[in-house]
Design a protein around this ligand. Structure first.
Ligand code: GLN
Length: 212
C-alpha cells in the first residue's frame, strides 16, 4: 500500500515562539498540521517545523516536556525538518554564545552564533536571491538572527547575505536565519512540503500488503 495521495502531516513544535504563522503558512499550502507539545505527538508526523523564538527557553522546554528524545529519534530517521531562527540554532551541530546547558540536535553540520547577525540592529529585512526558489527575490525578515560561522562539507549554502549563509540545507534538513513564516511568500514552506511528500510517496509500506 503506497501512501501516494495521502496528505502529509507536518508537526510544528509548539513549546514557545512563533508557532501560529507557521501553521497558517502550511495550511495555506494545503498541508495538515499538528501542534507538537508532548512525546505522543511525535510518532504521527511526516515532517517538523522548529519555529523562531528563544532557543535557550525552547531547549529547556524540550527537556522538561520529554520531547528531546522522541524528536531526536525522528531526526535520526531523517524526517524533513525546517528550523527558522531559534529553530536553526536548535538544529545546528555547534552553538556559540548559547547557555552552557543548551542542547543542539546536531541535525545539520553548521556552527551558529546566537544573536550575532547584524549585531548593530536587532531586526532588519532584506530581499534575497535564492536560486532554488526561482527568479523572484525572497523578502527575508531577520529578528535577532543567528549567524552561521562555519558549514560542514555536506551542507549546501542555499542563500547568503553579505557573504554570510542565511539559508542552509543538508539532505532533508532546511534551516533559515530569517523568518519565512512572517511573509506571504510560501516558497520555503513549500520546499519542506515537497521533501515530505516525496519521502512519504517512496516510503515502504508499514504493513505488508496481502496479494489480491
Ligand atoms: N536570538 C534567538 C535565540 O537565539 C532567536 C531569535 C528568533 O528566533 N527570532 O534563540
Amino acid at each position: 500500500m503506497s501512501r501516494e495521495g495521502v496528505e502529509v502531516i507536518v508537526g510544528v513544535l509548539a513549546l514557545q515562539g512563533a508557532v501560529e504563522p507557521h501553521v497558517a503558512a502550511l495550511s495555506a499550502l494545503g498541508a495538515k498540521t499538528l501542534l507538537v507539545r508532548s512525546p505522543d505527538d511525535v510518532a504521527g508526523i511526516d515532517a517538523l517545523v522548529i519555529p523562531g523564538g528563544e532557543s535557550t527557553t525552547m531547549s529547556m522546554l524540550l527537556e522538561s516536556s520529554g520531547l528531546r528524545g522522541p524528536i531526536g529519534e525522528r531526526l535520526d530517521e531523517r524526517i524533513p525538518v525546517l528550523g527558522t531562527c531559534a529553530g536553526m540554532v536548535l538544529l545546528a551541530s555547534t552553538i556559540l554564545d548559547g547557555r552552557s546547558d543548551q542542547h543542539a540536535f546536531g541535525a545539520i553540520d553548521i556552527t551558529v552564533r546566537r544573536n550575532a547577525f547584524g549585531r548593530q540592529v536587532d531586526s532588519f529585512e532584506a530581499d534575497l536571491r535564492i536560486a532554488s526558489l526561482g527568479e523572484a527575490p525572497f523578502h527575508a525578515v531577520f529578528i535577532r538572527a543567528p549567524c552561521v560561522e562555519d558549514v560542514g562539507d555536506k551542507v549546501e549554502v542555499v542563500a547568503t547575505l553579505n557573504g554570510h549563509p542565511v539559508f542552509c540545507r543538508q539532505g532533508s534538513v532546511l534551516v533559515t536565519a530569517f523568518h519565512p513564516e512572517l511573509v506571504t511568500d510560501l516558497r520555503v514552506h513549500d520546499q519542506l512540503l515537497q521533501l515530505a511528500r516525496r519521502r512519504t510517496e517512496v516510503a515502504p509500506p508499514l504493513v505488508p500488503t496481502s496479494p489480491l
